[in-house]
Design a protein around this ligand. Structure first.
Ligand code: ZN
Length: 143
């Protein structure tokens, strides 16, 4: 779990590490090696229940992305109806040798997103829930 007491993840068993260096909690099948996120009690590939918790890589590459430009249907969207909607990036980040993770992106400018770019895990306030954090990926500054 996170070390900072003032940080509350949006769901249990999702995020570990620290606020500065969070990690996602996945699972890994001991029989066939399949990695999943979020954690699962059984392997989706071989159905084995011999799975262990795995801390996923903090960095990966952007596999595909889009920008959400209108308020999604609620639920599952939990943003405040009274606030103006802010477009946000969303995509799949491929963690090397592990799994593709669907996540929010901190970047919503299409000019700054490209498939294959390096991304790193970070935490952001959960939409509509200021005291709670969720995970997102941000572009890695390679300069
Ligand atoms: Zn398996």
């Amino acid at each position: 779990m996170l070390e900072q007491r003032d940080i509350v993840p949006v769901a249990p068993d999702l995020i570990a590490g620290t606020a500065a260096a969070p990690v996602l909690l996945g699972s890994e099948c001991r029989r066939c090696g399949t990695v999943t996120f979020p954690r699962q009690g059984a392997c989706p590939r071989c159905t084995s229940t011999d799975v262990r918790e795995r801390h996923l890589a903090r960095r990966g590459t952007l596999w595909t992305w889009t920008v959400q430009r209108f308020r999604p249907k609620s639920p599952p969207y939990v943003g405040d109806d009274s606030e103006e909607f802010e477009p946000y990036g969303v995509g799949y980040v491929e963690l090397p040798g592990e799994v593709r993770v669907e996540a929010r992106l901190t970047e919503s400018d299409p000019a700054r997103l490209r498939i294959g770019m390096a991304m790193e895990l970070t935490l952001i306030p959960a939409p509509g829930r200021a005291e709670v954090v969720t995970f997102a990926f941000r572009p890695v500054d390679e300069r």
